[in-house]
Design a protein around this ligand. Structure first.
Ligand SMILES: [Zn+2]
Length: 67
């Protein structure tokens, strides 16, 4: 078991929306079942544009930066 499984705040990845050009962060939650990966999309929290995807067994959540 890894100590990282118990982290409360997974590290956020910074990104900028390719459509509305606003900055946001995204991170993966609930990655508990390795081997059961599905494609999750990184969606802009402002306009909903898909800014890429990745295969993960968790879910991708995006958050607005600032106010
Ligand atoms: Zn956007």
């Amino acid at each position: 078991m890894s100590i990282y499984n118990h982290m409360q705040n997974p590290s956020a990845n910074k990104a900028t929306c390719g459509k509305c050009k606003k900055p946001f962060t995204w991170s993966i939650h609930g990655d508990h079942y390795p081997g059961n990966k599905m494609t999750e999309y990184i969606e802009c929290p402002y306009c909903g544009e898909q800014n890429g995807s990745m295969r993960t067994s968790g879910s991708i959540y995006s958050s607005k930066v600032g106010n």
